[in-house]
Design a protein around this ligand. Structure first.
Ligand code: PLP
Length: 384
């Protein structure tokens, strides 16, 4: 088994992704105010908690009232279970080799597994036999996402097989919505129609399926009729609601660095690869030791602003020139009093400061990708 070798000592790096645990707890509490008593909340903590740190995020979400945890990878589910987080955990993304290696342990640990094909069900049954424990299965129905999930017309034999084998217990039917972040899009209603018809037919033939779940953050916030037994928010919990909401959610991650150098340059000075920027007048440039190798999106070059915290206050200044691998350049302005060592906030929870939404707009992507791009090279600091 290979283990990651730490390349750089985080204590010697000026960059930080500061994760505010209390923001996650408060955001979950706020999301719960939208739910009826009988609807549970599964905190989606896949992708290392959208890069916020899976365990810290999971604990913070449970404090806020989440009672389920969801992760794509079985390895994540096992890590949550090993950490003693004693709530139902669902995992949904595995292939035969992972299944062979991990499914027995998952089933033995009582972790719920998603099944989206007969092959996956067979793998789960084999695993549950090997550990002599009944597996809890969620049937994933592909209602239009075209990813993992059984097609409605092929769900019947899978459910029949769960009914015929004591090693598995069908606990839920679920699906994932393609366009819930565009509430006016009829795709959501089309998917729900397919889901409901499939579940109704299965229920009629094989008896009730205890749980149904389909709502992500967007559906949680905009479609109370889709809450059902369980909702699965991710992005809203991290402070980025994908649809309009009256809830006050705050970003849980603030990415910071420090100015490495401040220097005055004359008009006509070029900045960065391809000389993307030329100064119009004498100005002061600030160099920030963070770049696309840390997860800043190069596509956002020259289109974002960041916040510099100087002795005379906070200033939002533009990033100029091409974003490099390890550095970006700011136009501090000719009068700036900023000094090397001053704090720079790339995005996060700072009044007037840039957010992951701003970076997403600049880079032509979504805040999910901005957050999850902040990689292991940026040391995490958990607060709150
Ligand atoms: C299956 C599943 N459920 C729920 C979520 C959470 O979605 P969101 O972050 O939009 O709330 C995701 C994330 O993409 C997912 O893959």
């Amino acid at each position: 088994m290979s283990v990651p070798i730490p390349a750089e000592d985080p204590r010697q790096i000026p960059n930080r992704a500061v994760v505010d645990r209390s923001a996650i707890t408060d955001n979950v509490r706020a999301l719960k105010t939208k739910l009826d008593e009988q609807t549970a909340l599964m905190a989606v903590v896949k992708a290392d908690g959208y890069s916020h740190g899976m365990l810290a995020t999971a604990r913070a979400a449970l404090e806020g009232g989440a009672t389920w945890l969801g992760v794509a990878h079985p390895a994540g589910a096992l890590a949550l279970s090993h950490a003693g987080l004693d709530v139902p955990i669902l995992t949904w993304m595995y292939e035969p080799r992972t299944a062979e290696a991990l499914l027995p342990e998952l089933v033995a640990a009582g972790i719920d597994v998603s099944v989206g094909s007969m092959e996956m069900l067979r793998m789960v049954i084999d695993a549950s036999r090997s550990v002599d424990r009944r597996a809890r299965v969620h049937l994933k129905i592909d209602t239009g996402m075209g990813r993992n999930g059984v097609l409605p017309a092929q769900a019947r034999p899978v459910v029949q097989a769960t009914r015929e084998d004591d090693h598995v217990q069908l606990v839920a039917a679920w699906t994932h919505l393609t366009d819930a972040d565009t509430p006016a899009d009829p795709a959501t209603d089309q998917q729900v129609e397919v889901f409901d018809a499939t579940v109704a037919a299965l229920t009629e033939e094989f008896g009730p399926i205890p749980l149904q779940h389909l709502a992500n953050s967007a559906a949680l916030l905009s479609r109370p009729d889709l809450h059902r037994d369980l909702v699965r928010p991710g992005i809203a919990m991290y402070g980025y609601p994908p649809v309009a909401t009256d809830l006050e959610l705050r970003p849980a991650m603030t990415v910071t660095s420090r100015l490495a150098l401040v220097k005055e340059v004359p008009a006509g000075h070029t900045v960065g690869y391809s000389r993307l920027h030329t100064t119009a007048a004498t100005t002061r440039l600030g160099l920030v030791p963070m770049g696309y190798a840390d997860g800043l999106h190069r596509a956002a070059s020259t289109k974002v602003s960041v916040l510099v915290r100087t002795a005379d206050g906070d200033h939002v200044v533009p990033q100029i020139g091409r974003i490099s691998m390890d550095q970006i350049v700011l136009d501090l302005g000719p009068e700036s009093t900023a000094k090397a060592g001053d704090e720079v906030i790339l995005f996060g929870d700072v009044p007037q400061g840039p957010t992951a939404d701003d970076w997403a707009e600049a880079a032509g992507t979504i805040p999910y990708e901005i957050l999850t791009s902040i990689n292991a090279r940026v040391p995490r600091e958990v607060r709150g």
